[in-house]
Design a binder for this molecule. Structure first.
Ligand code: TXA
Ligand code: MG
Length: 338
């Protein structure tokens, strides 16, 4: 049985934190809230504990994990900052940590191979979530933590989502309510002062542009440098079709269709259900609602989900990235999404 512990009051929180730390020390895996999505955490330096993450998620071993650090002092124990990009890493860390931002850097020996799937780099971040921070601080060591969903499914933004997919597979979920960003952290790699964005997220290309001589969006499908970039990665089981505006959409006669709207909508007989990403077209709210609404519409067993495109700049680019993956649109020849 998976235990679900709340963390609303300070007593609840103290109990949940103590339980979480005890389980991590025993080499167990537990689901924890972060500011992006819920993560499935284990002692990053314990390969047997980390192996349990892959089993619970049914995640292929070639897909490396993000290592979350207790504080900046851990950075150089985990990665080698010897290269040319040292100053840039420290500037980025200073600006975006703790927060929804992950940097891929050359790994040190101390990081078990299973964490990095044999790569010579490791993805690192420091979470800003108060409950996560408290647990990792008390645990005192880095935590490997991918999103707490089964492989290929949509990331969980609530404790219930985690329970839906991992019940009986893990001993504990710490519930801290819905996550604030609602989409996974931005992932970057650095090359001689240039910033490659491997996964779009809450920290936008625009925000990064003042730090890098050049910003590239690289979503390499040919090489698994970020398998989160595989096109089907965020797929609901219901087919999803992207449209500019639902007004001009006409469903097939007998199809039951659900709408994920960006534009203003009224009740509409064409749709079995409607969710609007944000009533006031606030992109932060849209990102925070995205995965929850996708799950809700997916659970209705309709024939099709129609999703309206959102403006593709700033955070909207990260939302569109998830929507395109959910719609399994074709990749171009370089493996990039159109
Ligand atoms: O917001 C987040 O990043 C959440 C929370 C829990 O921290 N975590 C998360 O982890 O989204 P995960 O495992 O679901 O996605 C991490 C992505 C994967 O696509 C993985 O392939 C990529 O990071 N990754 C990990 N290590 C890498 C490396 N060394 N080089 C390139 N990509 C890497
Ligand atoms: Mg994931």
């Amino acid at each position: 049985m998976t235990q679900l512990l709340p963390s609303r009051t300070s007593e609840e929180r103290a109990k949940a934190v103590a339980e979480a730390v005890a389980l991590l020390q025993q080499g167990e895996i537990i689901a924890l809230p972060t500011e992006t999505v819920y993560g499935l955490a284990a002692d990053a330096l314990n390969p047997i504990a980390v192996a349990k993450i892959f089993e619970a998620k049914e995640r292929p071993r070639f897909d490396p994990l993000i290592v979350h650090l207790p504080e900046l002092g851990w950075l150089e124990k985990i990665v080698d900052l010897g290269g040319k990009d040292r100053q840039l890493v420290l500037k980025l860390a200073d600006r975006f940590w703790p927060g929804p931002f992950t940097i891929v850097l050359p790994r040190r020996e101390i990081v078990p191979e299973i964490v990095t799937a044999g790569l010579d780099t490791v993805a690192v971040r420091i979470s800003a979530h108060p409950v996560f921070s408290e647990i990792i601080r008390q645990f005192g060591k880095p935590l490997a933590a991918p999103s707490a969903n089964r492989f290929g499914c949509v990331s969980p933004t609530s404790a219930q989502h985690v329970l839906d997919e991992l019940n009986n597979r893990i001993p504990l979920i710490v519930d801290a309510g819905p996550t604030s960003h609602g989409i996974e952290s931005t992932i970057v790699a650095l090359r001689d002062g240039k910033i490659d964005i491997l996964r779009r997220g809450p920290i936008t290309a625009e925000e990064l542009s003042i730090f890098g001589a050049k910003i590239d969006i690289v979503t390499k499908a040919e090489k698994i440098s970020a398998p989160g970039q595989l096109p089907s990665h965020y797929a609901p089981k219901t087919p999803l079709q992207l449209v500019d505006n639902a007004k001009s959409f006409s469903p097939n006669e007998h199809d039951r269709v659900a709408l994920l709207a960006w534009n203003p909508v009224e009740t509409d007989k064409r749709f079995a259900a409607i969710r609007r990403l944000s009533e006031h077209n606030d992109m932060r709210e849209a990102a925070a609602n995205l995965f929850r609404y996708l799950r809700e519409l997916d659970a209705l067993n309709v024939d099709l989900i129609v999703a309206e495109r959102v403006p593709e700049h700033g955070l909207g680019a990260a939302v569109m990235d998830r929507l395109k993956r959910a719609s399994r649109v074709a990749l171009d020849s370089r493996g990039k999404l159109e």
